[in-house]
Write a protein that binds this ligand. Structure first.
Ligand code: CP
Length: 342
């Protein structure tokens, strides 16, 4: 694997899920793969889980790890080509990227949507420059449009915690009836990117289409339609209570307007959040589910996205979900190391 951006980069999902369980059984059995190999993790934005879980995954594989917070201690980087560099940005990304590539074997990059231009964000202008100029395998640690390490961890968590989908095993034992997974928009005071919901939709609907026994539904207020390239034909239900009926898993997340129907609204919060608080996931909605498990990628704003009682309930999976970030990162790094060594 040379790039990890989309669910398709992982190939067959059953094989990837079985590999995740194999990693979980003994995460230190591939230390030889990372010997004398260096992972460089580059953060243009803040992180707690991605930073720690990816470092841990790399160390499990015997790798050396360098972490760079671009905004703390590095030169300010210019990202646009053709500009006269007379601002406070001292270095261009086009020199910085190959230099960074020369110090490592694999690069992970976090660079969020900037909301300056939908076209730039959805073309993945920053990450694509890393793919093009670093000379190294590149994995996305949340970009302008996707967060695949999170979505993979979410899928692992769902298969592990389903009554009917046993964790996929290398023995091939699987089956059972479908489970209903609902992703719901929830209110938030600030404009947030669409990377997490895009990837969650992409991965869940692909899992559904690959026959993994998932019935996937998205619910959000009108105007927040996600890009069809990620929705992949999944059912959208604008009535949140109706969407929640019979759900086995509820995945909450806020996102700003993706600008699908009105490009001029891209990145905007469409309503004052005070008027949208009935979308906050509470016992009221959870009561119509099939005793659903609650999921969120974290960090989460309590009593905006989800009430205290729901996130603290025994049905909340937010901690095991975060713990599975180490596993998803390790499968991805392991595959990249295997490609390097082959
Ligand atoms: N879920 C997630 O990616 O968390 P961080 O932003 O803390 O890395």
């Amino acid at each position: 694997m040379k790039v990890f951006q989309h669910v398709t980069d992982l190939g067959d999902l059953r094989t990837a899920l079985a590999e995740a369980q194999e990693v979980k059984r003994d995460r230190y059995q591939w230390q030889h793969l990372g010997r004398n190999k260096t992972a460089l993790l580059i953060f243009f934005n803040n992180s707690l889980r991605t930073r720690l879980s990816t470092q841990k995954a790399a160390m499990n594989l015997g790798m050396n790890v360098i972490v760079l917070d671009v905004n703390q201690g590095a030169w300010k980087l210019e990202t646009e080509r053709g500009v006269i560099m007379d601002s406070d940005k001292s270095e261009h990304l086009l020199e910085a990227i190959p230099v960074m590539g020369s110090y490592c074997d694999i690069i992970g990059v976090r660079s969020f949507a900037r909301f300056e231009s939908r076209e730039d964000d959805y073309e993945e202008k920053i990450l694509n420059q890393f793919i093009q100029y670093s000379g190294r395998p590149v994995f996305f640690m949340e970009s302008a449009t996707v967060h695949p390490l999170q979505a993979f961890a979410d899928l692992i968590t769902i298969t592990e915690n389903s009554q009917t989908l046993p964790p996929f095993s290398l023995s091939g034992k699987e089956g059972g009836k479908s489970i209903k997974v609902v992703m719901t928009w929830a209110p938030h005071p600030r404009a947030l990117p669409q990377a997490v919901p895009n990837s969650f939709a992409e991965w869940m609907q692909t899992a559904a289409q690959e026959g993994l026994g998932i019935d996937f539904v998205i619910t959000h207020p009108e105007g927040y339609e996600l890009d069809p390239q990620f929705v992949k034909g999944a059912r959208v239900e604008y009535d949140q209570m109706k969407a929640f009926e019979g759900a086995d898993f509820v995945y909450a997340k806020n996102w700003s307007c993706p600008g699908v129907t009105r490009p001029e609204d891209y990145g905007k919060v469409l309503h004052d959040y005070h008027t949208m608080m009935d979308w906050c996931v509470s016992a009221r909605q959870m009561a119509v589910t099939n005793d659903a498990a609650f999921m969120h990628c974290l960090p989460v704003r309590r009593n905006m996205i989800v009430t205290d009682d729901v996130i603290e309930s025994p049905r909340s999976l937010v901690i095991p979900e975060a713990a599975n970030r180490e596993i998803s990162a390790q499968v991805v790094l392991k595959r990249m190391l295997e490609t390097l060594i082959a």
